[in-house]
Design a protein around this ligand. Structure first.
Ligand code: ADP
Ligand code: MG
Length: 261
């Protein structure tokens, strides 16, 4: 198992933010956490990365996150935060190369093989055209691709991504999702992501956990979880769930009747 989360509970001060959350991510498996703003999705991901005190277990390949050094964790798991920091004065190519750091010997320099991995990632995410730019000057969508590129260069066994496509245009969203999909299906990388794009999620992921107020309230395949009733109950939103000719789900918001033109 790439990741096991068991009875995870996180408190900030006295507030219970995440409560009794349990799920697994296996190799070749893509798991997505969905749920309304403030539900606790990012907190779960940050805790999986060892960034919050918690009760319950977080095991990476059987090892508790609290027993791993930052370097040990980074050799196994890559993380794309919801709001990544972008250091000024660092070119995109060097920023992506930083993903290789956990694999270099202490104080070691990158090898030709590391540079080859970076070149492949830049090509896969179509960012060669701005590889020489300063990361702090990129547009939101360009930066999001650079951050994902750095995570891919890390060649993790588990990729943890917090709303990875939120700043991307339609074509880039699909490109990034296809790239992640191929890592998962062809290379066995486990994926744990969060998203608000339910239609896109339904096309790619294996398992969806719907989180509301810090608890998992629904789990299953996209078709099992993404029903109009469940979305209404937990997001408080009226949607219509349609099926496109290829069988993909479309989650379409509905205006209330009195407001419709
Ligand atoms: P989501 O990613 O699902 O939108 P978050 O995990 O970011 O939700 O936040 C869950 C809840 O925890 C929210 O109510 C948020 O305000 C609160 N929260 C997040 N970070 C902190 C923090 N550092 N201190 C106190 N409360 C926090
Ligand atoms: Mg969040």
């Amino acid at each position: 198992m790439s990741l096991r989360v068991d009875s995870l509970t996180v408190r900030f001060a006295d507030a219970l933010i995440v409560s009794g959350v349990s799920f697994d991510v296996g190799p070749h498996e893509w798991v997505s956490l969905i749920g309304p703003n403030g539900a606790g999705k990012s907190t779960v991901l940050r805790t999986v990365m060892g960034l919050h005190r918690h009760d319950g277990a977080i095991l990476h390949a059987g090892v508790s996150v609290g027993d791993m050094s930052r370097r040990q964790l980074a050799r196994r798991v890559a993380y794309v935060p919801q709001e990544p920091t972008r250091p000024p004065g660092v070119r995109v190519r060097d920023y992506v190369l930083l993903g290789r750091t956990p694999h270099l010997p202490p104080l070691g320099k990158e090898s030709a093989a590391d540079r080859e991995i970076v070149a492949e990632v830049l090509a896969a995410l179509d960012i060669e055209s701005f590889a020489r730019r300063d990361v702090s000057t990129l547009s939101g969508g360009e930066a999001q691709r650079a951050v994902i590129a750095r995570a891919l260069a890390q060649q993790p066994a588990l990729l943890v991504m917090d709303e990875p496509t939120s700043a991307l245009d339609l074509a880039a969203q699909l490109d990034v999702m296809e790239t992640i999909d191929s890592l998962c299906r062809d290379h066995g990388v486990g994926i744990l992501s969060t998203t608000h794009d339910l239609t896109l999620t339904a096309r790619f992921v294996d398992v969806v956990h719907l989180i509301a107020q810090g608890r998992i309230v629904e789990s299953g395949s996209p078709a099992e979880v993404l029903t109009a009733d469940k979305i209404a109950a937990h997001y408080g939103a009226a949607v219509q769930v349609l099926t496109d000719p290829s069988g993909g789900l479309i989650i379409a918001p509905r205006r209330s009747p009195r407001r419709q033109p």
